[in-house]
Design a protein around this ligand. Structure first.
Ligand code: RIB
Length: 280
């Protein structure tokens, strides 16, 4: 079977993560347990998982002319992701400051930096040019006008579009009209209103629910240590398996996400193809 060709138009971030049993309140200082630096950004996370799950992946994005940018390029290379459409900017690379508590729940502040400098015309050109393109994935850590331009270019050539509306921001009617699949969590879904795309609702420890067909797939039963990047691993794995049908893709995505929460970090927590396949 042909490997799917997927383009992720999205963000790269360096995740600077502090782990503590309890997170501090306003004005409070606490002693934490661990600090890590790891590759993140919703777009890059989804691209990495899509590559693990068997797709040929292109990343379309912008990074800084700094050491984080250098390491993002090295990471894309190591992960087998085509970075031909990754440009560099005078703005610094994107950074995410993350706090993770003892239950694995996180709080995140992102500083988008170069991610907000992606040129919409160049993103559309990339999507028009990538050979044999099957799927384009977008999120909301880059400017919405860029995602819209990329999705328009995708629909012009008959590619499938998947939007993960995270972190949530109001979506234009025009963008929604160019989405084949929207994958929100419960909070994001509550803000979406009536839409006609396929909606795949991610419900955390309960699993996922395809609202259009009623199909549900349960999440793995695991003890989470860090949920950062779990939603992204679902999106990347789902997209890579969509050519085998929605149910197969949902099961593969749930296995990937379930395994990812048992380890720390975003991309650093992602399982291998074989580990996912055993549980899906
Ligand atoms: O979805 C998780 C991601 O959100 C993290 O990797 C962080 O970079 C933020 O973008």
């Amino acid at each position: 079977m042909k490997r799917p060709v997927i383009a992720v138009v999205g963000s790269s971030m360096m995740d600077l993560t502090a782990y503590a049993d309890v997170l501090p309140g306003p004005g409070e200082t606490l002693v934490g347990k661990q600090f890590t630096t790891g590759f993140g950004g919703k777009g890059a996370n989804q691209a990495v998982m899509a590559a693990i799950a068997g797709a040929d992946v292109y990343f379309v994005g912008k990074i800084g002319k700094d050491v984080f940018g250098d390491s993002f390029l090295e990471n894309f290379k190591n992960r087998g992701i085509n970075a031909k459409y990754v440009e560099r900017d005078d703005e610094p690379s994107g950074v995410a400051h993350i706090w993770v508590d003892g239950t694995g729940e996180n709080r995140i502040i992102i500083i988008p930096g170069a991610n907000h400098k992606i040129d919409k015309a160049k993103a559309a050109e990339a999507i028009a040019e990538i050979p044999d393109l099957d799927i384009v994935i977008g999120q909301c850590e880059i400017k919405q006008e860029v995602t819209l331009a990329a999705f328009k270019a995708a629909k012009t050539r008959g590619a499938t579009t998947i939007l993960n509306p995270a972190p949530f921001e109001p979506l234009s009617d025009e963008l929604i009209a160019h989405c084949d699949w929207i994958i929100p969590n419960e909070t994001e879904y509550a803000s979406l209103g009536q839409i006609s795309a396929n909606i795949l609702l991610t419900e955390g420890e309960k699993g996922v629910h395809h609202l259009n067909t009623g199909l549900r797939v349960a999440a793995l039963k695991v003890t989470p240590v860090d949920t950062t990047g779990a939603g992204d691993s679902f999106v990347g794995a789902f997209a890579s398996k969509l050519h085998e049908g929605a149910e197969v893709a949902m099961k593969f995505g749930c296995a990937a996400a379930g395994l990812s929460v048992t380890k720390k970090g975003a991309q650093s927590s992602y399982p291998t193809y074989e580990e996912i396949a055993t549980l899906s």
